[in-house]
Design a protein around this ligand. Structure first.
Ligand SMILES: NC(=O)c1ccc[n+]([C@@H]2O[C@H](COP(=O)([O-])OP(=O)(O)OC[C@H]3O[C@@H](n4cnc5c(N)ncnc54)[C@H](O)[C@@H]3O)[C@@H](O)[C@H]2O)c1
Length: 306
């Protein structure tokens, strides 16, 4: 197995690289990342010592210029994205450049150079808010933010390469992810940072927005299972079934840090904030033989170092 991991210096991408290096079937993993503010080579410290690892500092939008230099029996796994909803609200075109045009450039180059397969890493946010029930893979896409709309666009573009050209692709739609090395703009690392500094945690609106939480190791495992067992043209939800409101998340973190009171400051709600995400991940269990194992709260194995 040879892998080309785009955006592999980020939070989930680096976890995926580390996991793949433990896999006996791995021959080579090439990481390509343009090292934006969210990319960090320290996330790949251990991986970079492995002779199977290689790194290229490049932008996915320029894929046509360099992808042909890589072996074409490699599978591309694309994590590269502008991944923060708030940034997409403040600067939508920057998000669309990478998340839509970047993916278009990658798909084009991947097919042109005959790369084995293309996996697009996407998100449960593409389904938009669900008042009740769970989203299955064939649910309509109703994204709310420029971020989720850009991810939904990339999903559709990726699937079009299967429908139109029979180029083998998969899309994975993962739940909200927690674990070490997440950039401290996202809820959990931001909350931990502020609580450790003795500050209150800002929570949007009422804090009653519900999210499904999956550990980064589990999420990476689901993507690796997709590389190995994904049926071309198929989408797989990668969730845990474990759901909490943002308020509950921060309350748990307060207790974990031994803080008895809820150190929370309610701030004006995010524009277009989705109320609830929930995934049905039974297809991944059935087809990929994958299930999330680590639960929120009980499984903070490396919590102290986050
Ligand atoms: N974090 C979550 O909760 C979550 C949940 C579901 C899906 N996802 C998806 O998983 C993927 C990874 O998310 P993450 O949280 O690890 O993101 P991240 O922001 O931590 O990492 C993104 C990485 O992509 C790189 N990158 C950005 N633009 C690039 C470009 N134009 N060319 C090359 N590299 C570029 C960055 O340098 C960084 O290393 C994203 O596609 C995201 O949409 C994230």
């Amino acid at each position: 197995m040879k892998l080309i991991v785009l955006g592999g210096a980020g939070f989930i991408g680096s976890e995926f690289v580390n996991l793949s290096l433990k896999d006996e079937a791995l021959e080579k993993v090439y990481v390509i990342d343009s090292l934006t503010y969210a990319g960090n080579l320290n996330n790949l410290d251990e991986a970079s010592k492995d002779p199977k690892f290689d790194f290229l500092n490049e932008d996915i939008i320029r894929a046509d210029d360099y992808l042909g230099k890589f072996p074409n029996d490699a599978t591309l796994v694309n994590f590269a994205a502008e991944s923060h909803v708030d940034n997409s609200i403040n600067e939508p075109t920057k998000t669309i450049r990478t998340n839509v045009l970047g993916v278009a450039a990658l798909l084009d180059a991947a097919m042109k150079f005959g790369m084995k397969k293309f996996i697009q890493v996407s998100t449960d946010e593409v389904y938009g808010p669900l008042e009740t029930g769970e989203a299955e893979e064939d649910f309509p896409l109703r994204p709310s933010s420029p971020y989720s709309a850009s991810k939904a666009s990339a999903d559709l573009l990726t699937l079009a390469y299967w429908h139109t050209y029979k180029y083998p692709v998969n899309v994975t739609r993962g739940a909200n992810t927690f674990g070490k090395n997440q950039f401290p703009e996202k809820l959990i690392p931001l909350a931990l940072k502020r609580l450790r500094e003795g500050k209150k945690v800002p929570i949007y609106g009422t804090g009653l927005q519900t999210r499904e939480w999956i550990h980064s190791t589990d999420h990476a495992g689901g993507i690796l299972a997709t590389v190995k067992n994904g049926v071309p043209g198929e989408v797989y939800n990668l969730g845990s079934g474990f759901r909490l409101t943002n308020l509950e998340v921060v309350q748990i973190l307060c207790r974990k840090l031994g803080i008895e009171s809820d150190e929370i400051e309610f701030v004006e709600d995010r524009k277009g904030h989705d109320s609830r995400y929930a995934l049905n991940s039974s297809k991944a269990a059935k087809v990929l033989g994958w299930q999330a194992e680590m639960t929120f709260g009980q499984h903070f194995p490396d919590f102290e170092s986050w």
